[in-house]
Design a protein around this ligand. Structure first.
Ligand code: ATP
Length: 235
């Protein structure tokens, strides 16, 4: 029998003011799994992540973490359950150096990685310890943004387009890091436009279209579904 889901989303709806953008999102993530949310621009992927961490003003439906309903909880309480979010813009503080950026987010749960463990994953960050956020390359900023949430003790990581704008060699490094985090037991939801990258790291792919999950493709069945996926993504 399959493991009970770590995260279970059912009938999720969300609004920006009067604008209704999620119309019933359904998906599950098992402990230790890497899943992607794929879909065109504006499909609702980022809004789904924002709903999970509790920062959408109006949302309804059900979002259960280890069976506990979180839909009505404030974002601080949700963070304490062990969810970490890396936004598309990465959120690095420009006036703080790498070390200060790493130290900033509070621990939400025991079991967060030490600075040394973070530097094992991202050796570049150790070399750049005293560099200001603004002086980092896009890849270094992405590594810092991921490293920073690993300190908090979060075990469910939500990564919004981590490869966007990065060179292929850096994308490969991010991919190896995600695979390593998976081996260490982290559960990861990845929003991606780049499904070639997604295929190198994910177990399953959920396709989001117009505020709904319209399909799920296991990674090992990606090849036989490639035409369907192209039409979903409009590529
Ligand atoms: P993208 O890759 O473009 O971010 P996405 O699938 O993540 O795509 P969302 O960002 O979740 O899509 O956007 C879903 C819908 O909500 C879109 O129609 C978008 O225009 C709208 N939207 C997103 N952010 C806001 C906002 N702050 N205020 C109003 N509408 C928004």
């Amino acid at each position: 029998t399959a493991a009970a889901p770590l995260l279970s989303v059912r009938g999720l709806e969300a609004w920006y003011g009067e604008s209704h953008v999620l119309h019933g999102i359904d998906f599950d993530v098992a402990p230790g799994e890497v899943v992607t949310l794929l879909g065109r621009n504006g499909a609702g992927k980022t809004t789904t992540l924002k709903s999970i961490i509790g920062i959408m003003g109006k949302r309804k439906g059900s979002i259960k973490l280890e069976g506990k309903e979180t839909i009505a909880l404030p974002s601080r309480a949700i963070a304490r359950l062990g969810i970490g979010f890396v936004p598309e813009e990465r959120g690095i503080y420009a006036s703080l150096n790498v070390e200060e950026n790493l130290m900033l987010p509070p621990q939400v749960k025991p079991g967060g990685l030490s600075l040394e463990q973070i530097f094992e994953l991202f050796p570049n960050l150790k070399e750049r310890l005293k560099s200001q956020g603004t002086k980092l390359s896009g890849g270094e900023q992405q590594m810092l943004a991921i490293g920073r949430i690993l300190r908090t003790g979060a075990n469910l990581l939500l990564l919004d387009e981590p490869t966007e704008g990065l060179a292929p060699v850096i994308i490969e490094q991010i991919g190896r890091t995600i695979s390593k985090l998976k081996r260490e037991g982290f559960t990861i939801i990845l929003v991606e436009q780049n499904f070639r990258f997604a295929a190198t790291v994910a177990d399953r792919h959920y396709v989001v279209e117009q505020g709904k999950v319209i399909d799920m493709i296991p990674n090992q069945e990606l090849d036989q579904n490639i035409d369907k996926l192209h039409s979903y993504l409009g590529v």
